[in-house]
Design a protein around this ligand. Structure first.
Ligand SMILES: Cc1ncc(COP(=O)(O)O)c(C=O)c1O
Length: 443
């Protein structure tokens, strides 16, 4: 029999002491939803400094893809640390080449790719934006409302999921036009006969944006998350990506898939865009690729990526050997079972949540692919008015009972555990979740 998950109401005394010190010296810009103070983790479970044990449905925002401190990842890092920890991208080493070769093997395009190695999601997006401008000689871009692509000035110019992220930072990079993301639960445009919300958005770009406001031959690229992440775990309808690809081809526009959150096996395929059978020209990668060691990557079709001249773009840490060994081992583990597990556990979790939805009027919609699942809370099933305060109480309630979850969008709880999570922890986590939903619904 396991010990109870929560033995000290969190945040407990040791956690509180750290929260107080944190508030003195760390930037107040970090947005923390609750006071979880980590001590250690194992697989899909984590422990706080007061000895409480949690099921981790957040995986460090979809980063700990192989679970916390997977023994093979730990060993690979330790072995490499004894050899060398850094040399910089001014020099060469085999691990950097091997990571790029692996990305080339699994990238969602048939053409070979060139790979730029970075240290974070935002840096991989910056690289994509710069390459798109450089390779096309064009200046403008299209992005999506609700998108999140990072917080540095280039990626921030596309980010549109929370006003706080933009407040007092304007002007960001000019030339980014935002259009609605096709959300089947909350469509912005009327759906054309025989089409879906995806057609409606592409029609808007073609018939409203292009002829009147934006010359298509000035657009370098369209940057899009295959499944919108921070914006609410929104899965686009079937027609969207095929038509977006066609639109790009017609106008010589590059299609950049930001797979920072949705990629590397999380949705049961290497890349979420593969659920729609569409190939991007550039793919942005980070989060799950190296099990928590910071790494980002931007892979571009060779005919695009090879246009850069030496010195056009670079960094100091890209291709760091610790990150590289962690990425190589992570990709091996994902390929040899965890991606399949993500597909199976994801389908199981989606079914269980859909059943839960039938029992709880506050759950407006459950959606996702693989282990990228969102449950959106509403005040009323018919009006679909977002229930943000209720969602926040649920996220807090889960924390108090031993389950880590995070919100996204206006009123969605997201489920993005490690890809290795087993059925026992999924069941236990969902049980805690439903208990909290029941309590919060009662008020
Ligand atoms: C889709 C997407 N792109 C980019 C980023 C930025 O990544 P990072 O926080 O590593 O800069 C994120 C982070 O959440 C993301 O979800």
């Amino acid at each position: 029999m396991n010990a109870p998950r929560i033995s000290v109401t969190p945040p407990g005394p040791k956690a509180k002491a750290i929260l107080e010190r944190d508030a003195q010296v760390l930037s107040p810009s970090y947005a923390r939803d609750y006071g979880f103070v980590m001590d250690h983790g194992k697989g899909a479970e984590v422990w706080d400094v007061d000895g409480n044990r949690y099921i981790d449905f957040s995986a460090g925002i979809a980063v700990n893809s192989t679970g916390h401190s997977h023994p093979e990842i730990v060993k690979a890092i330790q072995t490499q640390a004894e050899k060398f920890i850094h040399i910089s991208s001014d020099y060469y080493h085999d691990l950097m080449v091997r990571v790029a070769e692996r990305i080339d093997e699994i990238a969602p395009m048939k053409e070979d790719v060139t790979v730029f190695l970075a240290n974070s999601g935002t840096e991989s997006v910056e690289a994509a934006i710069k390459l798109a401008r450089y390779a096309t000689g064009r200046r403008q871009f299209i992005g999506f409302l609700g998108a999140f692509h990072g917080r540095s000035m280039g990626s921030l110019s596309f980010t549109a999921s929370k006003a706080r992220q933009q407040e007092r930072f304007f002007p960001t990079m000019p030339g980014v036009w935002h259009v609605p993301f096709p959300d089947p639960y909350r469509p912005v445009f009327p759906i054309p006969p025989g089409g879906d919300e995806g057609d409606a958005v592409i029609d808007y770009i073609e018939n409203v944006l292009f002829p009147e406001a934006l010359p298509p031959d000035e657009v370098a690229a369209i940057l899009v998350e295959p499944i919108q992440g921070e914006g609410g775990y929104i899965v686009p309808p079937p027609n969207f990506f095929p038509r977006l690809r066609k639109l790009c081809d017609e106008h010589g526009i590059l299609l950049i898939a930001d797979e920072v959150q949705s990629g590397v096996g999380r949705t049961g395929k290497w890349w979420a865009i593969q659920h729609w059978g569409v190939e991007p020209d550039i793919v942005c990668i980070a989060k799950g690729i190296a099990s928590g060691v910071p790494m980002g990557a931007m892979a571009a079709r060779k005919s695009v990526g090879a246009k850069w001249k030496p010195g056009a773009h670079g960094n100091t840490y890209g291709g760091n050997p610790i990150a590289c060994v962690s990425a190589l081992k992570t990709l091996e583990l994902i390929e040899n079972g965890y991606m399949q597990n993500a597909a199976e556990m994801g389908a199981y979790m989606l079914d269980a949540l859909a059943e839960m939805q039938a029992r709880h009027p506050s759950i407006g919609q459950v959606r996702g692919r693989g282990l990228m699942i969102g449950a959106e809370f509403v005040k009323n099933q018919k009006t679909k008015e977002p229930a943000r305060a209720l969602r926040d109480r649920i996220v807090h309630g889960c924390f108090e009972r031993g389950l880590l979850t995070l919100g996204c969008g206006r009123s969605t709880v997201r489920f993005m555990p490690a890809l290795m999570i087993g059925k026992d922890l999924v069941d236990e986590g969902l049980e805690i979740f439903e208990r909290v939903v029941m309590e919060v619904e009662k008020g």
